[in-house]
Design a protein around this ligand. Structure first.
Ligand SMILES: NC(=O)C1=CN([C@@H]2O[C@H](COP(=O)(O)OP(=O)(O)OC[C@H]3O[C@@H](n4cnc5c(N)ncnc54)[C@H](OP(=O)(O)O)[C@@H]3O)[C@@H](O)[C@H]2O)C=CC1
Ligand SMILES: CC(=O)[C@@H](O)[C@H](O)COP(=O)(O)O
Ligand SMILES: [Mn+2]
Length: 381
């Protein structure tokens, strides 16, 4: 029986993680969870899964939740609460499905407590990949990818020697604006940006897909998870999101992982690896129904965020932290109708240009660079 703690239980990945747990009660037990401010949903999750510990965003949310569920579970809040959930003593694996670099400190706490981590929270790896991976190695903790592309690479790599990898080929759908030119992006709305062609996901990642920053973050995520240099990570446009990513080996054999657009598979695989559990009711991939799959070359001029991300990844040090923090604040501002879609890119570029790079930042320097970047972007809104 796997005992699971879950960060981000009310989100897209969080609720699908609960679907996986619900479908396999003999294999998984939820022991602790954290949410933000969706009190109604977290209350119903407590009633269904009976976790021992719950944390919510702040004291006001904790107060509201106590009114809903009484003393049926321990309720904490804020950063301390996230850390307690991440390291719960009864859990042997943490599913990190929180959004943003708020996931960094709980991830490090879980690693230091020896918990394996199924990681969806890519911003944590982008902002401090060098610290997270070094700590995971030091503590013998596995970082198992949940992100569909990285799960695909992880599955394609199964049993192979990582040294025989020549290239990672990360596929990209192109997001909601893939059929529009840059000129046609001037006045796009939040509603249009949130209409991803293939995946139903949380708002922030859906905007990241539309700007292709999601793919940029994923290139940096792949660099850290698989320890592959940026020159050996390519992005391939593939509008159907059926091939979730590929590895080209040194002998030119290419291994791909395919499937329908359903995150419950990578979530479940991260929890059962190296075994596979049946998913009898899951939709099958019927390639004959699709008939064709499409592929295209990445255009870095069209997708400026891809260039920012490759450059930031190669620059390393504190630069990816700035990329991520600027993007988080700019995307929130776009979702809040404070800026236009294309201003997301402008704010990221301005943040990167004003930053004085730190070559080997420790945790405090990462947190400071993150905070300063957020202030800088806020000051431009
Ligand atoms: N959705 C997907 O299909 C995929 C997502 N990912 C990655 O997984 C992560 C989660 O994405 P997704 O599920 O879409 O995001 P959602 O926005 O749907 O969910 C985010 C979760 O984090 C909680 N949360 C937000 N802010 C805070 C905070 N300050 N403190 C505590 N909890 C907080 C939310 O709580 P509440 O809602 O209660 O406020 C919610 O439970 C991201 O890093 C994303 O890039 C990767 C691949 C696919
Ligand atoms: C489901 C998942 O992993 C997302 O990151 C998805 O890949 C987004 O798709 P694109 O970024 O390719 O549009
Ligand atoms: Mn992905």
């Amino acid at each position: 029986m796997k005992q699971i703690s879950l960060l981000g239980s009310t989100g897209s990945i969080g609720t699908q993680t609960l679907d996986v747990i619900r479908s396999n009660p003999d294999h998984f037990k939820l022991v602790a969870l954290s949410a933000g401010s969706n009190i109604e949903l977290v209350a119903s999750q407590i009633r269904e899964f009976h976790p021992l510990l719950v944390s919510v965003k702040g004291e006001e949310e904790a107060r509201k939740l106590k009114l809903e569920v009484g003393d049926s579970t321990i309720i904490l809040s804020g950063e301390d609460g996230l850390m307690e959930v991440a390291c719960h003593q009864d859990a042997n694996v943490l599913v990190n499905a929180v959004i943003g670099s708020v996931g960094l400190k709980p991830t490090l706490a879980a690693i230091r407590a020896g918990r394996d981590i199924a990681i969806a929270n890519k911003e944590t790896l982008v902002t401090a990949g060098h610290i997270v991976t070094t700590e995971a190695n030091r503590h013998g903790v596995a970082l198992i990818p949940v992100d569909s592309e990285h799960s695909a690479i992880f599955q394609a790599l199964n049993g192979e020697d990582p040294k025989s990898i020549d290239r990672l080929i990360v596929t990209a759908s192109g997001g909601s604006f893939r059929d529009r030119s840059r000129d046609e992006l001037q006045n796009v709305t939040v509603k249009e940006a949130l209409a991803h062609p293939n995946w139903s996901m949380g708002a922030k990642i859906t905007i990241d897909s539309a700007s292709m920053m999601n793919k940029g973050l994923e290139v940096i995520e792949a660099h850290w998870l698989f320890q592959i240099p940026y020159d050996q990570i390519e992005v391939l446009m593939h509008k159907e999101s059926i091939i979730h990513s590929m590895i080209e080996f040194r002998d030119r054999s290419v291994m791909a992982q395919l499937g329908t657009a359903d995150m419950r598979l990578p979530i479940q695989y991260a929890l059962t690896y190296p075994q596979r559990l049946a998913r009898e009711t899951a939709e099958r991939l019927n390639l004959w129904e699709l008939g064709k799959l499409h592929f295209g070359k990445l255009d870095m001029e069209r997708y400026r965020c891809m260039k920012f991300a490759y450059d930031a990844g190669r620059a390393a040090g504190s630069v990816p932290t700035v990329l991520n923090a600027a993007n988080e604040v700019a995307v929130a501002a776009f979702l809040n109708n404070q800026i236009s879609f294309l201003q997301i890119e402008d704010l990221i570029e301005a943040s990167l240009n004003q930053h004085v790079r730190i070559s080997e930042p420790g945790l405090d320097e990462i947190l400071e660079a993150d905070a300063k970047t957020r202030q800088f972007v806020q000051s431009k809104l």
